[in-house]
Ligand binder design. Structure first.
Ligand SMILES: [Zn+2]
Ligand SMILES: [Zn+2]
Length: 327
């Protein structure tokens, strides 16, 4: 099979490799689509806490069980133990023996991938496979909303108008909350204007324009200034650290004082649970007619190295490798 292997930082190699054999309780998946994540570009550039090289990256995957076109699936990219307190409590993304596709084990930048049986979720018939590959990033957003305990009637402020910011807004609206997106880049806001208007989410460039108090704030951007969102939360509200911050803002201690005096909750979100993948597939199916704008480009495996710098820049929506209809 064709596979794109990250040999070392900054170096991809397109190789012909044997099709991997599934181990016990695993299945072989013929990859239909694999979406390129900013995390893939970050680890291409500078590695990642969970990355072991050489590695076939790719964790946003849709495909067919054993190549059977009647069995389309999206994949939860984790391999968890199933027996620890986190796995048993429905927080399998925190399993201490977690192995993630594309990080600890080979992922979807290849024609075939092996995954645990427990990682498969049926794709609704009406959902195209490129969109089904976005179940994982949408699930991460839904998990972030869970962590921030976003519920009906909540006002939610979201930093970042990239794919994840849009997905957070979509998920928030779907549970009856009202979201507002802030992003300093006008062009970026413009790219999702039609969709955001469709789901009733305004977008602003300047956070000072976000008036009133919010029940929850979530950052889908790593700028230190996103932590200023703590100042916009009502007493007892929540801040979800969805993106890791590049550095801490100088005002860090003042911001923590707000946490203290107003009894705010600061929570983290990393990855997603299986349940979130299921919810994501439903939400994608409902909104499939409107989400095409998120697909910046459909491409072949050969095209991936050339777009890495672009993905890293974070100005574009999703690049998706499509293995279907290729010879
Ligand atoms: Zn991702
Ligand atoms: Zn576990």
């Amino acid at each position: 099979m064709k596979a794109l292997v990250l040999k070392k930082r900054g170096v991809f190699e397109l190789l012909e490799t044997p099709i991997p054999e599934p181990e016990a309780n695993e299945v072989s998946i013929t990859v239909a689509c694999c979406s390129v994540c900013r995390t893939d570009a970050k680890m291409w550039q500078s590695g990642h806490r969970d990355l072991v090289l050489p590695r076939i990256p790719g964790h946003e995957i849709s495909g067919y069980v054993a190549g059977d076109p009647a069995r389309p699936v999206s994949i939860w990219p984790g391999t968890a133990c199933g027996t620890c307190r986190y796995c048993k409590g429905g927080r399998e993304n925190l399993c201490p023996s977690m192995k993630i596709l594309g990080f600890h084990r080979n992922g979807g930048f290849a024609e075939h991938v092996t995954v645990p049986r427990t990682s498969l979720f049926a794709v609704p018939q009406e959902l195209p496979m490129p969109l089904a590959a976005l179940a994982e990033p949408l699930a991460c957003a839904l998990h972030g909303l869970d962590q921030a305990a976003v519920d009906t009637g909540d006002r939610v402020l979201i930093y970042g108008a990239g794919t994840l910011g849009i997905f957070l807004a979509l998920g928030a609206q779907a549970r009856g909350a009202s979201a507002l997106i802030v992003d300093p880049c006008r062009e970026k806001l413009e790219k999702s204007r039609v969709f955001c208007a469709h789901i009733g989410v305004p977008g602003i460039e300047d956070p000072r324009e976000a008036s009133g108090e919010f029940d929850a704030v979530i950052n889908a951007a790593s700028a230190p200034a996103t932590l200023d969102g703590l100042l916009k939360i009502r007493s007892g509200g929540r801040f979800c650290l969805f993106s890791n911050l590049a550095t801490l803002p100088e005002s860090g201690s003042q911001l923590l004082a707000v946490l203290h005096y107003r009894e705010l909750q600061l929570v983290g979100a990393y990855g997603c649970t299986r349940k979130a993948i299921e919810s994501a597939l439903d939400l994608l199916a409902v909104n499939r007619g409107e989400l095409g704008f998120l697909i910046e480009r459909i491409m072949s495996l050969e095209d991936v190295p050339a777009v890495m710098a672009d993905v890293l820049g974070g100005e574009q929506f999703k690049y998706i490798i499509d293995f279907q209809n290729q010879t």
